[in-house]
Design a protein around this ligand. Structure first.
Ligand SMILES: CC(C)(COP(=O)(O)OP(=O)(O)OC[C@H]1O[C@@H](n2cnc3c(N)ncnc32)[C@H](O)[C@@H]1OP(=O)(O)O)[C@@H](O)C(=O)NCCC(=O)NCCS
Length: 150
């Protein structure tokens, strides 16, 4: 069985990350948008790399003082339902906590059952709704107290 490592994402990975985004999202970020996000102060990220097959997933988050926001998280279809999304999310939470974040927040489309279940499983709870945020689909906002999540 192959191993999957989580390696830090940097600006040089913008094209690779945008390529993965294209596979995972109906409205993916362009290479330029990805590069802009990676260049924002406080942005950190991880790329999951399968040592046999290459890039398998990504997570980007942003640290802002004592808060952190998940910017995007995705796992390529062949690697789904094997715990990689959870691994990336846990690593993002640990990374943000190590930078002093006490709270993490995110948003997801209200019809994205996989993402909502993943977040709930990792301690995120619903904090609100943004009506029609994603081309007519509501966004669910969620938050997690990092101080009580090991
Ligand atoms: C959401 C996503 C990152 C989950 O990645 P993953 O590697 O499959 O997640 P995991 O295997 O770690 O799943 C952890 C838990 O999340 C939940 N979950 C994941 N996929 C699910 C699905 N399709 N349906 C229901 N629950 C799901 C389950 O509770 C699962 O635990 P279980 O497999 O023991 O039941 C992946 O489906 C994905 O990349 N989707 C497209 C991009 C996306 O929507 N990103 C989130 C944007 S907000």
């Amino acid at each position: 069985m192959s191993a999957i490592d989580l390696v830090p994402a940097a600006l040089v990975h913008a094209e690779l990350l945008a390529g993965m985004h294209r596979i995972c999202f109906a409205d993916p970020w362009s290479v330029r948008s990805m590069a802009e996000v990676l260049a924002m102060p406080g942005t950190e990220g991880l790329i999951a790399v399968d040592d046999d097959a290459g890039p398998a997933g990504l997570a980007l988050w942003r640290n802002i003082l004592d808060e952190a926001e998940i910017l995007t998280i995705a796992v390529l279809p062949p690697w789904r339902r094997a715990g990689l999304g959870g691994r990336l999310l846990s690593a993002a939470m640990t990374g943000a906590r190590s930078r002093g974040a006490a709270h993490m927040f995110l948003e997801a489309a209200a019809d994205n059952t996989a993402a909502l279940a993943l977040y709930h499983r990792h301690g995120f709870r619903r904090t609100g709704t943004r009506k029609g945020y994603y081309a007519g689909v509501d966004a669910v906002t969620m938050g997690c107290d990092l101080s009580i999540k090991a």
